[in-house]
Ligand binder design. Structure first.
Ligand code: ADP
Ligand code: NI
Length: 214
């Protein structure tokens, strides 16, 4: 068994049953699509796969806001599965810079492997799966599916974005529709545009049903 497979097994054990849209299958889908985009970009396969698999273990939302807890967990997990320190350092540098932090906050990735994994993670927030994850996340955190009296906000800082109370449909506007113009790679852009279009059709239909037109 290679290090990618061993890490995949460890992440699967760790994320089993997670219900905010950051479950094992999210990690697996991100890994699959990251490897597809990465092959096209001649990115390093091991770094791409490992970063994709562990990227959400270090998510601040899963660790009560403390990024260091996640980083230490990831480093320990990778060490335990025999990954070398230089690779661990590269993976950690990717996963600590990957997250969306609000409409007005840039999140540039330094390496091609980082760009690839960021694109793959963003793609999984779009399309049919993105819609399902958005409502699952909203339900978990007590958001309404939609509320016409609460308008979407363009958050100008990471703090404002983290603190905001919103609705799941507003999240389409606050984050998800912004992603297609922030993709790093050509395939990422093509796939994101297609998934974005599908979500806009969903929203149109949702609002038509909401108002009793359909
Ligand atoms: P990232 O991978 O950029 O850190 P997040 O962890 O913020 O992404 O988001 C992961 C998933 O949770 C996405 O599918 C996203 O749509 C969803 N999500 C994040 N914040 C909200 C929110 N306020 N309401 C609904 N869904 C959300
Ligand atoms: Ni993710």
């Amino acid at each position: 068994m290679d290090s990618i497979q061993r890490v995949a097994n460890a992440v699967q054990r760790k994320l089993r049953g997670e219900s905010t849209g950051h479950d094992w299958y999210h990690a697996e889908r991100v890994c699959t699509i990251a490897l597809r985009i990465g092959a096209e970009q001649s990115a390093d396969r091991e770094i791409v796969a490992l970063a994709a698999l562990v990227h959400d273990i270090a998510d601040w939302k899963l660790n009560d806001g403390d990024e260091n807890v996640g980083v230490r967990q990831v480093a320990r997990l990778l060490q335990a599965e025999g990954v070398s320190q230089p690779i661990i350092d590269k993976v950690i540098s990717i996963i600590t810079t990957i997250s969306f932090k609000g409409a007005g906050v840039a999140t540039p990735m330094a390496t091609i492997e980082g760009k690839v994994v960021q694109d793959a993670d963003r793609l999984d927030a779009l399309g049919a799966i993105g819609i399902a994850r958005c409502f699952a996340y909203g339900g978990h955190y007590g958001e309404s599916i939609y509320d016409p009296t609460i308008k979407p906000t363009r958050h100008q800082s990471a703090e404002a974005y983290k603190a905001a109370k919103t609705t799941s449909l507003n999240h389409f506007h606050e984050k998800l529709y912004l992603l297609k113009d922030r993709m790093n790679t050509p395939i990422g852009r093509t796939l994101a545009a297609e998934r974005d279009q599908y979500m806009r059709e969903f929203e149109e239909r949702f609002l038509a049903e909401w108002s009793g037109q359909k």
